[in-house]
Write a protein that binds this ligand. Structure first.
Ligand SMILES: C[S@@+](CC[C@H](N)C(=O)[O-])C[C@H]1O[C@@H](n2cnc3c(N)ncnc32)[C@H](O)[C@@H]1O
Length: 267
């Protein structure tokens, strides 16, 4: 567990995918929906009252869309974020000039022990090839959290049958047909993720699943509409959000695209 992360080659790879995304700006409406859902989750689960520092583990959301930076700023005086890709980090800071951003690997953060009141990790740890890297990353997030601090973690949900099929297909194929814009790594079901989170030294307080609209269908459908018309925006946003009612059903871990875990660092 003490080896150095192989960030160099990974950051170049992510730079490439991010540059293409920033040139083509695909999925504009879908990214707005994603930001709305992630903001909603953070408002539900972040500590009550104003805190000092929130750390976010990647900057893709803030690079390609508004992301959740302003939501996080409602809860903390400072928001710091990292991304392994300099292209992503630069694009995010261009949109949000007051954000404290750095190019760094989530497995080796340039932050001191016990400094963060909350860590928000949205689908970052599901880009590794194996569980050891997830464990290293979780230990790192635990290290920077202050006692009593909150981790909000989302990961691709392998119990969603659409994701299970997608992940069983070769990336060369899913990428070519436009299903997967960037590489996805290995992901774990909610029980396994809870166990790994607890083994890293955190107490899991809540679990759920979010993003219940059929993502692949919705992304294709949104491509066909005129994304610049405000009335179309709000109608579509309402329809997509209505799918989130599925979160209250026992089938949430079948329909949700992401599992979501809230955990705290013990005193
Ligand atoms: C494509 S995005 C998906 C995550 C995004 N938050 C979302 O929910 O759509 C993955 C992002 O994580 C970054 N990333 C990948 N591996 C990373 C690592 N080890 N440390 C920090 N950032 C990483 C990539 O550069 C990219 O910006």
């Amino acid at each position: 567990m003490t080896r150095e992360p192989d960030s160099g080659s990974r950051s170049l790879e992510w730079d490439g995918y991010a540059s293409t995304w920033l040139d083509e700006t695909p999925q504009r409406l879908w990214r707005m929906h994603s930001d709305a859902l992630n903001s909603q989750l953070c408002r539900r689960w972040l500590p009550r009252g104003r805190t000092d520092l929130i750390v976010k583990t990647d900057l893709f959301d803030e690079a390609v869309s508004d992301g959740i930076y302003t939501t996080l700023l409602d809860h903390a005086d400072r928001v710091a974020a990292v991304d392994v890709s300099p292209v992503v980090a630069t694009a995010a800071v261009t949109r949000h000039s007051t954000m404290l951003a750095a190019t760094a690997d989530v497995r080796l953060l340039p932050l001191r022990d016990d400094c963060a009141d909350a860590v928000v990790s949205l689908s970052t740890l599901d880009h590794f090839t194996g569980p050891d890297d997830v464990t290293v990353a979780l230990l790192e997030l635990t290290r920077i959290l202050r006692p009593g601090g909150v981790l909000i973690l989302t990961m691709d949900n392998p119990s969603n049958p659409v994701l299970a099929v997608r992940n069983s297909l070769p990336f060369s194929l899913t990428h070519k047909v436009g299903l997967v814009p960037y590489p996805v790594g290995r992901t774990y079901d909610v029980r396994t993720m809870c166990r790994m989170t607890e083994e890293a030294g955190l107490d899991v307080t809540h679990v759920t699943a979010i993003m219940h609209a059929p993502r692949m269908l919705a992304i294709q459908a949104l491509r066909l509409v005129d994304g610049d018309r405000l009335d179309t925006h709000s109608r579509l946003a309402g329809t997509l959000m209505a799918f989130e009612k599925l979160e209250s059903l026992p089938t949430r871990f079948v329909t949700g695209h992401f599992i979501a875990i809230r955990a705290t660092k013990p005193f």
